[in-house]
Design a protein around this ligand. Structure first.
Ligand code: KG4
Ligand code: ZN
Length: 345
């Protein structure tokens, strides 16, 4: 849909976002309100509450967008909104708002695949990232292999063009981000788990051997993180059994995890992160090699993980493949990628 100015709307999970993008890849403005702090109180996203908060935030963000970019706002020819996948009540809030706005301004509204947005988020022009690795590629090329790792999805894609992509394989159970969130909860560290586990992993010193094994899958590009989550749970119980004389029968894992010494929390965070990263990177390297692709891109909330970026860069260099990541803010959910997907839909 080659409209010059597209307004994107994103409400699939806990970020409310409105953005204008020019010619598919030139970001004009973006206004995002996060529900992360609110949802942290509940240890995760509450879908109905999230929908209500989106409906409160959307008119405020739109007003801001209009006030700060009156000329571009007037030029908008199309509204693109995420319609799937995501939390149904949250998505419905965004779609209802988009339809109302489209009706009011007499503009067409298209529904875009939220994952399509993530897959092309590296295409949006942005200032360069900090500390790029030696094999960092500035401009995206096609075909590429995209590792999409978020709180709801973990999959490997062959992206042939901005509008043509194929799923090679995905997680059989939990998404990587979901596993980060659950492990952080078990350790009583808070929400969202990814950035918190990353911080705790950095605190680990004099670590011993990895107590967790890399999940092995029968299919070449499949992932699985639920077994790893269970292994972490068992490990927490095992450590607690050493210090608590009599473990109660119905143990609450969060209570045990919270009570662990800081050193143990840091070590578990470190090895859990290493195991997830190793599993993600191994499959991505296999996908690039087998499909003879020279560029790997990374996207989704977990793509903000420093260790993942570092390890992926290290392993791709070995096989002479380049890497490309979006800015941190474009890894998590945002309306700029939705407007871009609208352009290429
Ligand atoms: O893409 P996103 O904003 O929302 C979904 O579409 O799911 O991803 C959110 C997920 C959460 O699970 C969060 O814990 C994870 O991304 N995440 C991270 C990091 N930052 C966010 N995971 C690992 N390391 C990080 N630095
Ligand atoms: Zn997402």
């Amino acid at each position: 849909m080659k409209s010059k100015y597209i307004l994107g709307i994103e409400t699939s999970c806990d970020e409310t976002s409105i953005a204008i993008v020019k010619n598919g890849t030139e970001p004009v403005c973006e206004f995002t309100a996060s529900q992360v702090k609110l949802m942290a109180k509940y240890g995760g996203v509450v879908p109905e509450l999230s929908a209500r908060k989106h409906l409160e935030a959307l008119p405020i963000l739109l007003k801001e967008c209009k006030a700060q970019n009156p000329n571009e706002y007037k030029k908008v020819e199309l509204i693109a909104v995420s319609h799937d996948p995501g939390l149904p009540p949250a998505l419905a809030a965004g779609m209802a708002f988009a339809k109302g706005l489209g009706f009011g301004r007499n503009l067409p509204v298209i529904f875009v695949d939220h994952l399509h947005g993530h897959l092309i988020s590296s295409l949006v022009e942005d200032p360069p990232i900090d500390n790029p690795p030696q094999n960092y590629q500035k401009r995206i090329e096609f075909p590429n292999i995209c590792l999409l790792v978020s709180g709801g999805h973990t999959g490997l894609y062959l992206v042939n063009s901005p509008s043509d992509y194929k799923l090679l394989g995905q997680t059989k159970d939990d998404a990587a981000g979901e596993a980060f969130d659950k492990v952080a909860r078990m350790l009583g560290l808070g929400y969202p788990g990814g950035p918190i586990i990353q911080k705790w992993a950095e605190k680990a010193k004099n670590i011993g051997e990895n107590p967790f094994s890399i999940p092995i899958q029968d299919k070449p590009y499949s992932f699985s993180f639920s077994g790893l989550k269970t292994a972490v749970r068992r490990y927490i119980v095992g450590l607690s059994a050493k210090s608590i004389e009599k473990l109660p029968k119905d143990i609450e894992i969060e209570k045990l995890g919270t009570a662990l010494p800081e050193k143990a929390k840091a070590e578990i965070s470190y090895w859990f992160q290493e195991t997830v990263v190793e599993s993600l990177v191994r499959k991505t390297i296999e996908a690039a090699k087998k499909n003879n692709i020279g560029l790997v891109t990374l996207t989704g909330g977990v793509a903000a993980n420093k260790r993942l970026r570092e390890k992926l860069a290290k392993e791709t260099i070995k096989i002479n493949v380049k890497v490309k990541y979006p800015q941190f803010k474009r890894c998590t959910d945002n309306a700029t990628m939705v407007a871009a997907a609208g352009y290429f839909t």
